[in-house]
Ligand binder design. Structure first.
Ligand SMILES: Cc1ncc(C[n+]2csc(CCOP(=O)(O)OP(=O)(O)O)c2C)c(N)n1
Ligand SMILES: [Mg+2]
Length: 623
């Protein structure tokens, strides 16, 4: 056996640099396959536990396998996750950290990737395998378990976890990590806790280990019996309805879904992750489902006698906390690549790839069509959205709503725009009001992690340079994590940040009062402070090198968004907005189950609790 003597860190980087995947080249009609690295490169913040080992190895292969420095481990990981999401999980990035705080900073991002089923490779520095210098700087010591380190925090939020305590562990650990990341059902973060002494230890690795390897994303075939059951359910239904989730996009089943909906007359409503699978202009797209859902979509959902989930986890926002699909006669079918998801809510499970399932079911349905989608309801809904988002030309001193902000951005951008966000008022508002082209929507709402936005926008732009990326961020989320703006400036990665400053946590303030609470500790006005803040977000963003401006009016905003095009650094547009108004209007929106205190000392709380019990009565807990 020919071997090659490398440190374990060198071996890891060398191996990662030859893990390939195929992507069809769009310029070739015959679909010629292009080989690209599956892991596009590694974000790194060095410190104790990775600078000597991983640092040296990454430097050695810096031409073949790029290394990028960010400002915070969590947000570097957010950028990596956004990249993988925008690439529909066909490619990914890695993050390496020092031991201790560098590693635990990534735990939140790992949880985000885990919830959203997105691939991320985490190479976290770990304590000495030999334990010779124990306890080292930043070492967590468990009094009763000598094998525990800070990296054990990753176990519940990793789809694959391994601790590399011997150089030869890489021979099994690395392929397992990539297998998990490239498996459509198991996809999620893989964590390799890499002991710092082992990173530096030399070993004679078989040369064959470094042969280039191509990873294909499998398309698991559905069971024929399950497809036939789906077909039988559709034939028997009068009012079938599709709920399109993120799985449609990851399976690249957008065109198959459009054809299916058109051919069989089945209207589509969408989840946060599934929005953008069909363009909003598609005649069978009735908009978003559930909490912050469209009136058109929620009306269909209430009546449907067959609900067909495709690539959705059926989480509470989609189902109105299990009150949305209210027709007592309705059946539920769930097409999902993950058996765990397909079975949820007692659905008839069709476990398999969304595209293959839709194509097979369509063949079997041969010309069968449902006739119940009301095109007028859809048109009325879209007209109401446009009206709700129009510029109200408010007098000076009156703050616009988030809906008006969305309207301005929509008018100032085109088909190539991709709107993105994660937490605050905007995700619900965008779900309801943003009208994307196909693929023009990127929402992290599995974990809805404040602070994802700026870094996520950077990852999204790296994945889709042809898109005009619009990052919506509240003042709260901006304050939580903004420093990757400096990274985007350095790397000349342009995107447009629309920062809505409503002086605090607007959405939680409204939620608090909706749950019978007093306005407390959310808006700065209700916080325990000695002086109200006057934070100059324009100066703050400009200090990091972004092009930053304040928009005094909606017209200003429209102009500033248009002017951002073509810049090579991020543009940050700050606009003061009204914290009072939520995204909902008309009949839109649905119940969200947020537990209300059973006893307290205000009438408002009592009323909120009574309303809560009333809603609970409508929850359908089984099927
Ligand atoms: C990391 C994290 N911490 C806390 C929360 C809970 N949370 C959700 S939205 C929000 C406030 C967001 O405020 P802001 O970004 O200003 O948006 P606004 O609603 O004011 O527009 C909070 C605290 C969260 N989602 N993520
Ligand atoms: Mg705010």
């Amino acid at each position: 056996m020919t071997t090659i003597r490398l440190t374990a860190a060198q071996a890891m980087v060398k191996w990662l640099s030859v893990q390939m995947t195929t992507t069809a080249s769009s310029s070739d009609a015959a679909g010629a396959q292009k080989l690209e690295r599956y892991i596009d490169g590694m974000w790194a913040i060095f410190g104790h536990g990775n600078v000597a080992g991983m640092g040296e190895a990454l430097h050695g292969l810096r031409e073949e396998f790029p290394t990028w420095r960010g400002q915070n481990e969590q947000t570097m990981a957010h950028a990596a996750i956004a990249y993988a999401k925008a690439k529909k999980r066909t490619r990914a990035m890695a993050v390496t950290t020092s031991i201790g705080p560098g590693a635990t900073n990534v735990v939140t991002a790992a949880a985000l990737a885990h919830v959203n089923r997105l691939p991320l490779l985490i190479v976290a520095g770990d304590v000495f395998a030999t334990r010779r210098p124990d306890p080292v700087l930043q070492q967590v010591e468990d009094f009763g378990d000598g094998t525990v380190s800070a990296n054990d925090c990753f176990r519940p939020v990793s789809r694959y976890f391994d601790r590399i305590t011997r150089p030869e562990h890489l021979l099994t650990a690395l392929p397992r990590a990539l297998r998990t990341m490239t498996d459509p059902a198991e996809c999620g973060p893989a964590t390799l806790a890499f002991c710092q002494d082992v990173q530096c230890e030399a070993y004679d690795y078989p040369e064959a280990f470094f042969e280039p390897r191509v990873w294909h994303i499998r398309r698991p075939q559905p069971d024929s019996r399950e497809v036939e059951e789906l077909v039988a359910q559709i034939r028997a239904a009068e009012k079938p309805l599709i709920v399109a989730g993120g799985g449609v996009i990851y399976a690249q089943a957008e065109a198959a879904l459009a054809r299916f909906a058109e051919s069989h007359g089945i209207p589509v409503i969408e989840t946060q992750a599934g929005k953008g699978a069909l363009a909003q202009s598609h005649p069978m797209n009735f908009g978003a489902s559930g909490v912050d859902g469209s009136a058109a979509a929620n009306a269909l959902a209430a009546e449907a006698d067959l609900v067909i989930g495709i690539g959705t986890r059926f989480q509470d926002f989609t189902t109105g906390s299990r009150t949305l699909f209210a027709n007592p006669e309705r059946r539920l079918v769930s097409v999902n690549v993950a058996a765990y998801d397909a079975e949820k809510h007692g659905a008839l499970a069709v476990t398999g790839d969304a595209r293959v399932t839709l194509e097979r079911a369509s063949e079997s349905l041969r010309g069968h069509r449902a006739h119940w989608a009301d095109a007028d309801a859809r048109t009325r809904w879209l007209a109401a959205v446009t009206e709700h988002c129009r510029d109200r030309k408010r007098p000076a001193g009156e703050r616009p709503s988030d809906a008006e902000v969305i309207g301005a951005v929509q008018r100032a951008t085109g088909e190539d725009a991709a709107a993105m966000c994660a937490a605050g008022t905007m995700p619900g508002a965008l779900k309801l009001l943003w009208q994307p082209s196909q693929g023009g929507y990127h929402m992290e709402y599995g974990f809805s992690c404040m602070g994802y936005e700026i870094a996520g926008a950077m990852g999204l732009k790296l994945a889709c340079p042809e898109r005009e990326v619009i990052c919506f961020v509240g003042d709260g989320s901006y304050m939580m994590a903004n420093s990757e703006l400096a990274t985007a400036v350095m790397r000349r990665i342009p995107f447009t940040v629309v920062l809505t400053d409503n002086r605090g946590y607007g959405c939680i303030n409204r939620l608090q009062q909706g749950c019978g609470g007093q306005p407390f500790n959310n808006l700065y006005a209700d916080c325990n402070v000695a002086a109200q803040p006057e934070i100059d977000y324009v100066a703050h963003a400009a200090a990091m090198g972004a092009h930053a401006v304040k928009a005094a009016t909606i017209a200003d905003l429209e102009e500033a968004v248009a002017a951002a095009r073509g810049r090579d650094v991020p543009t940050v547009i700050v606009i003061e907005t009204d914290a009072g108004e939520g995204p909902g209007f008309g009949e839109a929106g649905h119940w969200w189950d947020v537990a209300v205190p059973e006893t307290g000392d205000t009438d408002r709380l009592e009323q909120a609790y009574a309303a809560y019990l009333d809603h609970q009565q409508r929850q359908r807990l089984v099927n």
